[in-house]
Structures are given as C-alpha cells and as structure tokens.
Design a protein around this ligand. Structure first.
Ligand SMILES: [Zn+2]
Ligand SMILES: [Zn+2]
Length: 371
C-alpha cells in the first residue's frame, strides 16, 4: 500500500483536449449523508446474479437480506418486470472499507422507465490506498434508462469522469487517467499499475478503470475479495455494471450460442500499437474482427439472444470503449450526477483540482484542497 509519490499522483482534473474529447476533470466532491440502508429494493440478492444465459437472478426465489427500510415489498422493483435491481449486490453485511469510513450505502429502485441508484461511494471491501487521495463519502444519485437502444452512431466516452456504475454502487471511468503526473498524462492506469486489487482507486471518490469479477459478485462481499478463487470458467459471467447509456456490462465470459452450450471469454478488439504510459487512446487501435468472441469498438456485441450488451475484458479498454447507446445526463465530470458543477474552461485553458479554477498551473492558491 505504498503511497507512491504523492504530488505526482494527485489526480487533478485539468481539462485538456484529448483523445476522448472530454474536458471535465476527474475530481469529485460529495455531500455527507448518513444512512444505514443497504440494498433497498434490491430484492434481497442472494448472489444469484443474472447471467447472459438467463439463469439466476430473475428466478424470483426471494432473498435473505436487504429488506427495504420502509417495509414495502420489493415486487414492484424486483425481478420479473424488467427491473434489474436484483443484479445489484446486497451490502447489508458488507465488511466495508475500514474502521475509519462509513458503511457502504446502496439503494436501487426502478421508477417508470428509469433505474435509480443511490450510493455513498464507499467500497464494500477493505480500502487500500494506492493514490494519495483520501476516500471520501459521496452522495451519488445515478439514473439510467431501462430501455436502452443502440444509436445510429456510437458516442465517445468522456476522457475523464463518470462512464457508468458497478453493481456494488461505485462509479467507473474510462481507460485513461488525468493529466497528472505529466510523465503519465492520460495514460492507461492499468498498464501504469496505479490500481488496487479490484482495479479501483481514489481521486476524491473511489472509482474503477477496469472490473474484477470476484470483487463484484455477492461472494465477493468480504473483506478481501481479491483473495477469493477465480470464478468458474465454464459459466457465463453475471452483470457487473451498467454503462450510462443503460446497457449492462457482463464480465468477460459469455455464451456463444443461445442454448449456452459453449462459454467463451469475450475479448476486446483494441490492439496496442504504442506505449500506453501516456495518452492511452493513442496507444491502442480498434481493429474490427469477425471472430465471434471479439467485441465491437464499444466493447459490446449483440449476444446470442439478440440483445446488445457490453463485456468487461482483460485488455484495453477494459470496460467500454464508447457508448453504443445514448448516454444520459451526468456523464463525465464529477462522477456523481448531482454533485459539483465543473467550470466551463475556454479552449486552451485547463481546469485544476475541480475547484472551479480555470487555467492552471495548479498552485496552493488556486488548489487549496490538495496542494
Ligand atoms: Zn482514476
Ligand atoms: Zn455477450
């Protein structure tokens, strides 16, 4: 848990033109909120997450935990009506990030055609600092459509900030870091090894740049999920996350045919062509392939049942490469949807530290929060 070069690894959000086209900073704030509810409306997940072959999850076998705090039943938000609330983890018995942190809070419900997720941004497992940024409680309120549609053209994911959220209620970002440290500017954070064992880290809020299945399943609601055995290779992966366009993201393994006679590991079709220490999106190139286990530019495909979805992959871009659907409001920036508003910096200016100061450099005067 080395704190590597604190000043060098401050993940400031200096907006810059970059391959992803975003200008928002990877900085976040959040208000404090006390709550003890875990898993409201999750339908009492027992870990039987929905997998690509349709087993588990929607079976309606009830649950062992995660009662709602208001005593209402969860039938209207649970399985059977297209609401995926039951794929979220039951965190009611989660060990949490450590004694110094609040318990994780995750509340999920479906209202009309929207999936609503509230989270306090605290991991359900022990927090091991990798970056110098503290783990701070958040007030995330995410909202995605329950009826995603593939758009005529894909949309770039933001260069920095929210791309979607995981089934344990944490945000995930794209496959690059921010402009600091300069010698790893916009580099691939997996390649640069600045992630913890669940491939998350903090930049004010805790977020992922890749997904580790054993950390994002009900059996992973333990203190050190990374010590768990690898998931069985012959079974399709469950849903691990949702992109902000509403499409689910499964783990790497999926069915090759409708009857799921064969399970394969789906693979990114992005190929490394340069050094991803910096400018990750220039260091990889999408190379279309007709091989059935190769995914599209966005790291998704139409599965054997005809539905579009993404797969998290071992290789870049790890989670998604673009939005195949239409992302909702709240993408990029603070990762929170309803958190801070980032300043609109003019072209050529940079935005530092998420403190509404445009045109750095970052100094103790304009970035008191972390300088
Ligand atoms: Zn990061
Ligand atoms: Zn699939």
């Amino acid at each position: 848990m080395a704190l590597v070069s604190a000043s060098a690894l401050l993940f400031t959000g200096c907006g810059d033109s970059g391959p992803g086209g975003g200008t928002d900073g990877e900085t976040e704030t959040g208000s404090m909120e006390e709550s003890t509810t875990a898993g409201e409306g999750t339908g009492g997940s027992t870990g039987a997450a929905t997998t690509e072959d349709g087993t588990g999850g929607q079976g309606g076998t009830g649950g062992t935990g995660a009662d709602t705090d208001d005593g209402t039943d969860t039938d209207d938000t649970g399985a059977g009506d297209g609401c995926p609330a039951d794929v979220f983890l039951d965190l009611s018995s989660a060990p949490g990030a450590g004694d110094a942190y609040p318990d994780p809070v995750l509340e999920v419900e479906c209202v009309d055609d929207k999936l609503l997720v509230h989270s306090n941004g605290i991991p359900h497992y022990r927090f091991i600092p990798i970056t110098p940024n503290a783990l701070v409680e958040q007030d995330f309120n995410w909202e995605i459509t329950l009826n995603p549609e593939v758009a005529p053209e894909p949309t770039d994911i933001p260069l920095l900030g929210l791309v979607g959220f995981t089934v344990n209620g944490l945000p995930f970002f794209g496959a690059n870091e921010g402009p600091q440290p300069a010698d790893e500017a916009f580099g691939d954070p997996i390649y640069n090894q600045i992630m913890d064992e669940c491939l998350g880290h903090t930049a004010f809020s805790y977020h992922y740049h890749a997904l580790v299945e054993r950390c994002l399943i009900q059996a992973g609601v333990v203190d050190e999920p990374w010590s768990n055995p690898a998931p069985p290779q012959g079974e399709p992966s469950p849903i691990l996350a949702f992109a902000y366009d509403g499409f689910p993201i499964y783990g790497a393994r999926g069915c090759l045919d409708e009857g799921c006679a064969e399970v394969v590991e789906y693979k990114s079709s992005w190929v490394q062509i340069d050094d991803p220490t910096q400018n990750a999106w220039d260091a990889y190139e999408y190379q279309a392939s007709d091989a059935p286990e190769q995914l599209d530019r966005c790291n998704g495909h139409y599965g054997p049942k005809g539905d579009y979805h993404y797969h998290a992959t071992a290789g870049f871009p790890y989670i998604i490469g673009c939005f195949a659907g239409t992302p909702g409001e709240g993408v990029g920036g603070d990762g929170g949807g309803g958190g801070m508003e980032l300043p609109q910096c003019e072209p050529g200016q940079t935005m530092c530290c998420g403190d509404d100061v445009c045109d750095g450099p970052e100094t103790a005067d304009n970035c008191p929060a972390d300088c």
